[in-house]
Each structure stands twice: as C-alpha cells, then as structure tokens.
Design a protein around this ligand. Structure first.
Ligand code: SF4
Length: 369
C-alpha cells in the first residue's frame, strides 16, 4: 500500500538543506521563467538566492492566484471543542504537563458556540481539539458534526490522527476536510518536541494524509510549524508531500498553511526564526509551484502581514478567532492554546478585504448525500 513514509525515507535532510543553500540567481531566474515548475525550481524559489526576486515572485503569484481563484477570499472560523490532551508538545499551551483548567464542551455548550458563530455569518467551521481518544474520540466528533451540520455547509476538523474507517465514519455524516500538520519533517527534531503521548509516533502522523486519501476525504490541509526547524527544508518536504498526495489521491483537494510559533505561557522560543520576508517568499514559491493549491492563513499572524499576504497568494483565512474551548460565548476567560495576533473583528477584516479589492466568501460548498 502506498504511503509517504516510503517516499520520505529516500531523502536526507542535510542534503536537501545544502541543495537549497547552494541555489544561485541563475536557478531562480530559470524557475521564474519555467512554465512547468518542478520541486527543483521550488528549492530555488525558497532559497536565499531568491531574496532579490521577491517582488517579481509576488507579482506572478498575485496574477496566478487571481486567475485561478478570482478576487475572492474564503472565510472560516475555528471552534475549539476540548483542550484535554495527553500529548506533550513543547510548543503548545494545551500540552499534558501544563496546569490549566481542562474542558470538553457538552452538546448544549457546542450548540451555544455554533449558534453564535452562525449569527456572525460564518458557513465554514473548523472543529479543533487536543488528543484524548477515550473521551474525545471518533464518536464525539461524529456527534459534534451532526450538531453543526444544520448550521454550516462546510465542516472541517483539526484533531488527532484517526484510522481510515474512522475518517470514513465522519465523512459519512458530512465531514469535508481534515487539517493535519506534520509540525516538522525532521524525524529527530520531531521526537524532541513530542516526547510523550500518541503524537510521538512520527510515522503514524506522517501517514495520516494517506489514510485520509484512501477514505476519500474532499480536502486535506498540510503544513509544518515554522520555528521548530529550518523553514526551507520543512517547506520542501511539505511540497514533496503535496505532490505525492496529488498524484496518489487525485480526487482530493489540498491546502497549505504556514503557522509560525506563537507565544503562550511557558512556551519555547523558535529555534530558527522565520521572518515576515521569509513568509512572503514561501507563499509566493508555493503559488508558483502550484496554481490550484489553496493557501491559508490564520489569526496567528498580525493584521499588517495578513493584509499584505492576502493580496498575492492566500485564498482562505480565519477571522475573530478564539483558541480556547467555549471561547466565543461559553467560557470566554479560559486559557488560549496560543495568543491570537490579529484581534480585529470579523466586520473590520471583511471591510479591509473589500478595500483591497477582495470579496469575502462565506460559502463555497454544500454537502449532499
Ligand atoms: S499541539 Fe495538539 S496534540 Fe500537542 S499538546 Fe497541543 S493540543 Fe495536544
């Protein structure tokens, strides 16, 4: 059975790093002019040698994005269902060792949050949890999707990796997409940041998109958490993963996210910082590599960078997010998973998008069965 772990094992982290670092201006210019860009071109576009070409990359990226997606921006909102988690992740406020009040929303609480978000105009809901299989497992997710379905036409989840038959169970009741970020493709570093819990199983997480593809999910979201390792190498492996999945599960759509480490109480500092300019370069490089992939940004990023990057590559974004269970109406004071950087209201963000010539889109999909 096909799986990405076999592909990844053919590559060596340090060799990829050195390949990227050794790219020259001539490689970048070749990549810019190539009509069918390859992963070698992608390496050039994310390399230090591409820095002087960012403006040119941004112009091409903007043109390709508008051609494929029009002047639209898909809007979504995360809703945290539970912060109970038995994993230790060095970068997360919900990590098992952290002494915080743990909550899992009841049906009544879920409905209160759902009705509030619906009243704001959202139609795309992202359900988020920690990892606590016994209490917050596939049956809990099925129930939450059933509760949300009458209100939202597009429901995604960002939860612990599940088995193929569990994904099939959720797709059957209306699940549209699953976001599962590898955090880092560097196996040794991954182990350091996930010392305890089921998430410490690098391979099981890595093969999650394969299980999703086999289950027939509509969309898979990929990404790495920038700050854990070299952003260029992690981005190369994310792109490699994307290309493998597109070829293997060609009916599924894909999105890429670019989360950068955010502060939280007791959290770690980034090992290698990804600057704003690096982020811009990366977004453009992904668009130049792939005209169809959705590129998404959350409220982890501040309003200045979000207003900037939505103009030349990003196609979906969240707004007015809370990163704690019940954070909208039920328990607004509870501790967040990470600090939100863009705290503008939904209305302010929508207004800014329109000012920049973009139409916020609340609904682009309807589930029929
Ligand atoms: S990142 Fe996810 S799995 Fe890790 S501690 Fe936080 S909630 Fe748990």
């Amino acid at each position: 059975m096909s799986n990405f772990n076999n592909v990844l094992n053919k590559y060596d982290w340090d060799t990829i790093l050195s390949d990227i670092q050794s790219k020259k201006a001539v490689d970048v210019e070749f990549a810019l002019n190539n009509n069918k860009r390859t992963l070698e071109d992608f390496k050039a576009l994310i390399s230090p040698a591409a820095k002087p070409y960012i403006e040119q990359m941004a112009q091409i990226s903007r043109r390709l994005t508008r051609k494929r997606f029009g002047n639209t921006m898909q809007m979504y909102v995360p809703m945290y269902l539970s912060n109970v988690c038995y994993n230790m992740c060095t970068y997360c406020g919900f990590s098992y060792g952290n002494k915080i009040e743990r909550r899992t929303l009841t049906d009544d609480e879920i409905l209160k949050e759902i009705r509030f978000l619906k009243s704001k105009g959202y139609d795309h809901l992202l359900l988020v949890t920690g990892e606590a299989n016994a209490k917050v497992g596939v049956d809990y997710f099925e129930n939450a999707i059933r509760l949300a379905k009458p209100y939202f036409s597009n429901i995604s989840i960002e939860v612990q990796p599940l088995k193929q038959h569990e994904y099939e169970q959720l797709i059957n009741v209306g699940l549209y997409a699953v976001l599962v970020y590898q955090e880092t493709y560097n196996k040794n570093e991954y182990k350091k940041h996930h010392p305890q819990g089921r998430k410490s199983n690098f391979e099981f997480r890595l093969e999650t998109p394969d299980r999703l593809g086999r289950a027939g999910i509509h969309k898979i979201g990929l990404g790495a958490l920038y700050g854990l390792e070299d952003w260029r190498v992690d981005s190369f492996f994310t792109a490699l993963h994307l290309k493998y999945l597109q070829k293997t599960y060609w009916r599924t759509r894909y999105s890429i996210s670019f989360p950068r480490l955010r502060p939280f109480s007791g959290g770690i500092q980034p090992k290698l910082e990804m600057t704003d300019s690096d982020l811009v370069q990366l977004i453009c490089a992904y668009r130049l590599l792939d005209e169809d992939v959705e590129l998404s940004v959350s409220t982890r990023e501040n309003q200045i960078i979000r207003d900037n990057i939505t103009q030349f590559g990003i196609t979906s974004m969240s707004a007015e997010s809370k990163t704690n269970p019940g954070g909208y109406v039920v328990y607004p004071q509870s501790l967040e998973q990470f600090e939100v950087s863009d705290d503008r209201t939904l209305e302010e963000i929508a207004e800014k998008l329109k000012e920049n010539g973009l139409e916020p889109v609340w609904k682009d999909w309807e589930y029929f069965k």
